[in-house]
Design a protein around this ligand. Structure first.
Ligand SMILES: Cc1cc2nc3c(=O)[nH]c(=O)nc-3n(C[C@H](O)[C@H](O)[C@H](O)COP(=O)(O)O)c2cc1C
Length: 402
């Protein structure tokens, strides 16, 4: 199976790319990733030599849920400590060694001259694409330090326009934030700037938690913290929403990032409009080796679907995303419990009794019995049941119109 995709004229041997972050702040690590099978890497965001980047430690805190570690990761990292002089050397070295892998660079500047200098130097070094970080939760540099450029459509258009004007050879991607009231407005500003594509999206400003003994927020830096950027599996639904909105309403090519962990996630990102998918937290959690599962899983899936390549997936779900009033009120579904696979944990009974429609009782064997009259088919029991396929929704007669 040929897994290649093309994004703004750049060919990726598969849709799996390392996003700007700790896994791309070191040539040795990127080399190992390329050898393992990753199609490309966006080097961690760099800046001009005069920019002072002072990191603090610790810079990360995990989000755990019950016994599951790291369903999300918060960070107060900044851009790379490695300035453009080092990064241009890294780009040249990687391109020489891996001409068929995509080497992208992420940039952030304080003023027009800096943004344009970064573009010119990276193009000269041989980079394949430029990504502009308009969405670091710790804020951007320049006129509005501490604020994200991508939260201001006007500023987005202006700065993206500077970068696009300087880029003569490679496509320009604008990395936006999900933390806006109307992402379509920002997407349209990117389009009006002339930039080639959107990276959607980024981490989400968050407060990771608080130490109940000391009252210190996490990650605690000598007793204090600032807001983190949340990444990882927990943010995937937010990313899917952002990509879908942009794909439906803006029409620029999209590179997806935010919460992808498995090949199934990649399929979902592509179904709502992404052309490729960037990974950061999943690699920080599980290492480069996840690429084997990603490639095998996607290959088998496309084979099963009779598709010739991943590009066939792009945007297929978009016509099925509609407004709430457009959803059908014409039919009714009810829950159906498979008594053979039920593990008698009572969860469907308890949640339906206390937060649903009191439609489930337990019989003498402690197996759930459904009252179809009371059941409205809300789906809570399906969501709560730990056994795959034990509780399902089945379609019954058409709903009587009230
Ligand atoms: C510790 C850390 C540092 C990051 N640094 C950068 C950065 O320098 N530039 C950037 O554009 N994104 C940065 N990101 C964001 C990632 O590139 C990615 O967009 C985000 O983490 C969401 O994807 P994920 O859920 O796969 O991690 C960073 C993320 C993490 C976790």
């Amino acid at each position: 199976m040929d897994l290649s995709v093309e994004l703004c004229g750049v060919k990726f041997s598969n849709p799996f790319v390392l996003s700007a972050g700790p896994p791309t702040d070191d040539v040795k690590m990127i080399r190992r990733a390329f050898e393992a099978g990753w199609a490309g890497a966006i080097l961690k965001t760099t800046s001009v030599e005069s920019e002072v980047v002072e990191l603090v430690y610790p810079m990360m805190a995990g989000l755990d849920f019950e016994d599951k570690k790291l369903i999300g990761l918060g960070n107060i990292d900044l851009i790379s400590e490695h300035h453009i002089d080092e990064v241009e050397g890294r780009v040249a070295e990687l391109k020489k060694e891996f001409p068929n892998n995509v080497v992208g660079a992420s940039i952030m500047g304080a003023k027009k001259e800096d943004w344009q200098t970064l573009v010119r130097r990276l193009e000269a070094a041989g980079v394949d694409l430029i990504e502009c970080s308009f969405s670091c939760p710790q804020g951007s540099m320049g006129e509005k330090p501490g604020a994200m450029v991508a939260q201001d459509p006007q500023l987005t258009k202006e700065v993206a326009g500077w970068v696009k004007a300087a880029a003569k050879r490679v496509p320009v991607f604008i990395k936006i934030t999900p933390m806006v009231a109307d992402v379509v407005e920002v997407g349209r500003a990117v389009k009006e700037s002339g930039a080639d594509g959107i990276t959607a999206s980024n981490t989400i400003p968050s407060l990771m938690g608080i130490n109940l003994d000391t009252f210190e927020p996490y990650p605690s830096v000598d007793g204090k913290s600032s807001y983190s950027g949340l990444s990882g599996a927990a943010i995937k639904p937010i990313t899917l929403h952002i990509i879908a909105e942009l794909a439906k309403n803006v029409g620029l090519p999209i590179s997806g990032t935010g919460g992808a962990t498995t090949w199934q996630d990649v399929v979902e990102f592509m179904l709502v409009g992404a052309t490729n998918v960037q990974f950061c937290t999943a690699v920080m959690r599980n290492g480069h080796r996840i690429i084997d599962d990603l490639k095998d899983g996607l290959t088998n899936y496309l084979d099963d679907k009779g598709m010739s390549g991943p590009s066939e997936l792009i945007g297929q779900t978009l016509p099925k995303i509609v407004t709430h009033p457009e959803l059908s009120r014409e039919y009714k579904v009810v829950a159906e419990v498979n008594r053979k696979t039920c593990v008698k944990d009572d969860l469907c009974y308890i949640t339906c009794r206390d937060a649903g429609h009191e439609a489930i009782e337990l019989d003498k064997e402690r197996l759930p019995v459904l009252d179809e009259e009371k059941c409205v088919g809300c789906g809570l029991c399906v969501a709560i049941c730990p056994v795959w396929d034990c509780v399902k929704l089945k379609r019954v007669e058409k709903k009587e119109k009230k």
